[in-house]
Design a protein around this ligand. Structure first.
Ligand SMILES: [Fe+2]
Length: 184
C-alpha cells in the first residue's frame, strides 16, 4: 500500500513520520512542492491491455497534467520480475541523482519507492497502482524497484532526451532502508 516515511537525512533509523493515509501523504508532499494524487482509469485495464489502451484509459488525467505542467510527451514502461536486465535497471537509479526536468510517473500496476532528499530530510514514498508522483526538476532523489520489479507506469516528459540522471556523488542512498525493508 502507498506509504510515506519521513526521516532526518542524518538518521536512517526510525522514521519521524510513517503514514498510509493518502490525503496526509499528499498534504506532506505538497508542503515540499511535490505533486501526489490518485487517478481513476476511464476503462478497465487487464493483462492484455496495450500501451495505447492504458494511455486511452487515463487520457483525461494525462491531458490535464500535460497542459498544467507544459509536458510534451508520454509513454508506458513495463518492468517484470523476469526482465533480463532487472538488476542493472534497479541499480541504475539507486544512487542519489537529479534531473533537469520533472520526473512524472503514474503507477498503473505494481509499485516502487521514490526517496526524495529535501530540506535535511529523506521522504521515502512507496507509490502503488493509482498513484501519480511528480518529482520536481533538480530534486535530489533515488528510486528503488526491488530485486523482483513488477510495475507498469506511465511516464510524462517535457523532453525525454533531457531526462538524464546527474549523480550527486553523495552515498546517502546506501544508508537508508531499501525496497525490501520498506515496501508494504
Ligand atoms: Fe530519477
Amino acid at each position: 500500500m502507498s506509504t510515506l516515511y519521513i526521516y532526518s537525512d542524518k538518521d536512517a533509523g526510525e522514521p519521524l513520520v510513517e503514514t498510509g493515509d493518502l490525503k496526509e501523504i499528499a498534504r506532506l508532499l505538497q508542503a515540499e512542492g511535490v505533486r501526489f494524487e490518485q487517478w481513476e482509469a476511464g476503462a478497465k485495464i487487464t493483462a492484455d491491455s496495450t500501451s495505447e489502451d492504458i494511455l486511452d484509459a487515463y487520457a483525461d488525467a494525462i491531458d490535464r497534467l500535460m497542459t498544467e505542467g507544459g509536458y510534451k510527451s508520454v509513454d508506458v514502461i513495463n518492468m517484470s520480475p523476469n526482465h533480463p536486465d532487472k538488476l542493472a535497471l534497479r541499480q541504475k537509479f539507486l544512487d542519489e541523482h537529479q534531473h533537469s526536468e520533472d520526473e512524472v510517473r503514474f503507477f498503473v500496476k505494481g509499485d516502487g519507492i521514490f526517496y526524495l532528499h529535501l530540506n535535511e530530510r529523506v521522504l521515502a514514498l512507496q507509490c502503488c497502482a493509482g498513484d501519480l508522483i511528480s518529482v520536481p526538476a533538480d530534486t535530489k532523489h533515488w528510486f528503488d524497484m526491488g530485486d523482483t520489479p513488477n510495475f507498469t507506469a506511465i511516464r510524462i516528459f517535457t523532453n525525454p532526451d533531457g531526462w538524464v540522471a546527474k549523480f550527486t556523488g553523495n552515498k546517502i542512498a546506501s544508508e537508508f532502508p531499501r525496497y525490501e525493508v520498506l515496501a508494504r
